[in-house]
Design a protein around this ligand. Structure first.
Ligand code: SF4
Ligand code: FE
Length: 485
């Protein structure tokens, strides 16, 4: 592993110099810019904790290609144990960061490509899988971070990619050369994009015969000529430009993953980095496999985030003297139940995982979609309960600057304190953390990350085997099968 520590990682990002914009200005250094820095810190922590004895083997794995010890974020799952370890790693990291640590998207992308390219080659005699293996070896050796980029701009949602007025609404191949292809388009809401080394692009939907140019997958360095990124705004992000950290709530790691829009302006991709180009029938497999992999995760990272929210609720109740109240204990119990249910389902879909023809394991598809569906509800419910327990002060408290004001500070210390023995500052710090974790972006990510709930409903209905369930009911009710008398 060439990039070993968080500082190695920061240095590598400085050297990379991806073209990134925030608030209309070009960012000189994503590791120090106040808008992007927390997300860099969050990913850097993963590097620092790799090999941490307290985390055991969760963050490392043995490469099936080289036998070397590698970051789990570059590993291809070789067993259901690997799938389970991914979920446990994510819960541990969710607890430590209270945020989105971003590397999972590229990890899921690599696993997706590993199995799907194997199947394409098996059917069509192409050479995508060998290319992917070569690329994977490089990724594992260098220990680079990859941004998985699936969601396109999409334009008019009622129209297929090939029917859009502007064909660039879905990333597409605009030219083919002897040494590679030219691509154009945009990928939206891409987690960790501005602080990743490579961008791995996958199709966002199944493609038809007339959509061959949109059936494209590739991975390129983030600083490739023609790649431009614009960092998305987040709730309360203007506070990052102020002096002080208290008002940020989670100053070290920020809320969720630091998403960006990536524009590809006629970008050249060499053939050795192209993993799908025109074989439209396989586009749907990328989407299905990736969705399963990423939906599997949410009972890991989001359960970890719920753990932090539960701890915050318990602390604020203690500070305010309400921790003994039966309704507060009941709400904390409910939050724990929700977090553990979320986690249980992630574990279940991992234990029920199965090998693909490539040997790479994938989680159970139905259960992975149930995980994500739970996430769209349970994280909101946990957030609602934290708000309930904490009280309105999380949305009305004066700023850190007011706390430091020579005249105002004493009032805030006196009147924002609750129970003796707990200073006002501690109560406000927890309140800000709750505000940060429940104030917008975390919740939206729980709803739409890894696909919107309607996508999960479709998969749940498709894989729920209604015909089999009808048979169960008919049998017990004594109704003959259709066609039988
Ligand atoms: Fe990883 Fe969770 Fe962030 Fe997705 S939302 S990248 S699974 S931490
Ligand atoms: Fe996500």
């Amino acid at each position: 592993m060439k990039i070993k520590t968080g500082d190695d990682y920061r240095q590598s990002l400085k050297a990379l110099g991806t073209e990134v914009y925030v608030l209309g200005e070009k960012v000189d250094d994503v590791t120090t810019n106040p808008f992007t820095r927390p997300h860099v810190n969050c990913a850097a922590l993963l590097y620092d904790l790799t090999g941490d004895p307290g985390l055991g083997d969760l963050l490392t794995a043995k490469s099936h290609l080289t036998g070397k010890k590698i970051s789990r974020f570059t590993h291809i799952h070789q067993s259901t144990d690997d799938l389970v370890a991914k979920v446990k790693m994510m819960r541990a990291m969710g607890r430590k960061t209270g945020s989105c640590f971003q590397r999972c998207v590229g990890h899921d992308g690599l696993n997706t490509l590993y199995s799907v390219t194997y199947e394409i080659d098996g059917e069509l005699g192409t050479e995508y899988h060998q290319r992917l293996r070569n690329y994977l070896e490089h990724v594992q050796e260098e220990n680079i971070m990859i941004a998985g980029a699936m969601t396109d701009a999409k334009g008019d949602r009622s129209l297929r990619p090939s029917k859009q007025t502007d064909p660039d609404m879905f990333v597409r191949v605009t030219g083919r050369r002897a040494d590679g292809v030219i691509v154009r388009g945009c990928k939206m809401h891409i987690t960790g994009a501005v602080n990743s080394h490579d961008v791995l692009v996958m199709p966002t939907t199944g493609m038809g015969e007339e959509e061959k140019d949109f059936a494209v997958s590739f991975s390129i360095p983030a600083n490739t000529s023609g790649v431009v990124m614009v960092f998305g705004r987040q709730t309360n992000d203007a506070r990052r430009a102020e002096n002080g950290t208290l008002d940020l709530g989670n100053a070290a790691y920020g809320p969720v993953g630091g998403e960006a829009a990536i524009f590809f302006e006629d970008v050249f991709v060499p053939w050795e980095r192209v993993f799908l180009c025109g074989e439209h029938r396989f586009s749907g497999s990328f989407v299905d496999r990736f969705a399963t992999a990423h939906r599997q995760n949410y009972g890991g990272c989001k359960a970890g985030i719920c753990d932090v929210m539960i701890g915050a609720a318990a602390l604020v109740a203690e500070y305010q003297g309400t921790d003994g109240a039966s309704h507060v204990r009941d709400k904390v119990t409910e939050m724990i139940h929700l977090a553990e249910t979320l986690h249980s389902c992630s574990l279940a879909c991992s234990y029920e995982g199965a090998p693909t023809p490539s040997g790479a394991y994938v989680a159970d598809r139905l259960l992975a979609n149930v995980v994500k569906m739970n996430t769209t509800r349970f994280v909101y419910e946990v957030a609602r309960l934290v708000h309930d327990v904490a009280g309105g002060f999380i949305a009305t408290t004066p700023s850190e600057r007011d706390m430091n004001h020579p005249k105002l500070g004493k009032f805030i210390d006196k009147y924002f304190k609750s129970k003796n023995g707990f200073p006002a500052e501690h109560r406000i710090r927890i309140g800000r953390l709750i505000e940060c974790m429940t104030g917008g972006t975390t919740l939206t990510e729980s709803m739409h990350g890894a696909g919107s709930p309607q996508a999960q409903r479709l998969m749940i209905l498709r894989r729920g085997n209604i015909e089999e369930k009808k048979r169960f009911a008919r049998e017990l009710a004594g109704i003959p099968e259709p066609g039988e008398s």
